[in-house]
Design a protein around this ligand. Structure first.
Ligand code: F6P
Length: 326
């Protein structure tokens, strides 16, 4: 394999807190190792539109504490075509970029795998998504911060729910993954948690709410956006038809879950994974994802990370959540 001289780093797909800490780590590690670094703005779209910015150690100062991504991000349709990828590769070559560190989720990884197979450019990816749904890493960048943001919101909703004796349905993000919902539901003391990985019949939910209404004056139910019952508004409507013990309200937390200053966990994770991604590339690795398993940084084959991608429901935690909410 040819010697790597210039590394391109970019973020793609949904932004996640901790991405900036990771960009900083990639840039500084590469420079320390005597390499040049280029930031590619707006992910794959920026490769096509030639949005290349030379980076030095000082260009990533003061970003470790920032949410979002200073390199910006996008979801790019053109890159899904062979012509789009060929054009992007031509631009990378003209810029002298000979290896890539993509930071993002499974869509980002899929693009990176295509590019690397079609044009033989080495890639080592970093898992960055609040959804925590990538195979090969116990945690993805942004998940910890997003879950803490949700817990903060649940605590606030609980204040008003208790004051008015109300039942709240709170919908959280995660796409097809119930990881945020499950963990925030447990940490926020939710009465019930509805997840995409486990179907909950509305009648079953009503039965649970009826039982708890005998003891509690307010309740909170967490619903993952990917739950098969069709989201918080639908669930609330169907519950209301048969259950009128409480006044019922719905809160969709939406994109506020993606923002905010990263937690210490996400900053350290961003540092560890960015550092490891550059070292792995320079050690000759290709088509890999760096992840954290049992608190150790490990490499996973990119293909596996993409195709096994899913949050594996911890059934015992769901059972525990049910018991602890009696
Ligand atoms: O993948 C991160 C995520 O925030 C998901 O939880 C959510 O379903 C999706 O992105 C929303 O995407 P967009 O910001 O493009 O609407």
């Amino acid at each position: 394999m040819a010697e790597i001289k210039k590394i391109g780093v970019f973020t793609s797909g949904g932004d996640a807190p901790g991405m900036n800490a990771c960009i900083r780590a990639v840039v500084r590690t590469a420079i320390y190792m005597g390499k040049e670094v280029v930031g590619i703005q707006q992910g794959y779209q920026g490769m096509i539109d030639k949005k290349f910015v030379p980076m030095d150690a000082r260009s990533v100062r003061n970003i470790i504490q920032m949410g979002g991504t200073v390199l910006k991000t996008a979801r790019c349709m053109d890159f899904r075509t062979p012509e789009g990828r060929a054009f992007a590769y031509k631009n990378l070559k003209e810029e002298g970029i000979d290896a890539l560190v993509p930071i993002g989720g499974d869509g980002t990884f899929t693009g990176a795998e295509f590019l690397s197979r079609e044009f033989d450019i080495p890639v080592v990816c970093v898992p960055g998504t609040i959804d925590n749904d990538l195979y090969g890493s116990d945690y993805t960048l942004g998940y910890d911060t997003a879950t803490n943001t949700v817990i903060d919101a649940i605590d606030k909703i609980r204040d008003t729910a208790a004051s008015h004796d109300r039942l709240f349905f709170v919908e959280v993000m995660g796409r097809d993954s119930g990881c945020i919902a499950l963990h925030a539901g447990i940490a926020g003391g939710a009465e019930a948690i509805l997840l995409p990985e486990k179907e909950t019949a509305i009648d079953e939910l009503i039965e649970k709410l009826e039982q708890s209404a005998e003891k509690k004056t307010s309740s909170i139910v967490i619903i993952a956006e990917g739950d098969k019952n069709g989201g918080a508004y639908n669930v609330a409507k169907r519950v209301k038809e048969k259950f009128n013990f409480y006044d019922i309200k719905v809160t969709i937390l939406g994109h506020l879950q993606r923002g905010g200053s990263p937690s210490s966990f996400d900053r350290v994770l961003g540092g560890r994974l960015g550092y490891a991604a550059v070292k792995s590339l320079l050690a000759g690795e290709n088509r890999k994802m760096v992840g954290l398993r049992n608190n150790k940084v490990e490499l996973t084959d990119l293909h596996e990370a993409i195709h096994n991608h899913t949050f594996k429901l911890e059934e015992d935690l769901l059972e525990m959540a049910n018991i602890l909410s009696i």
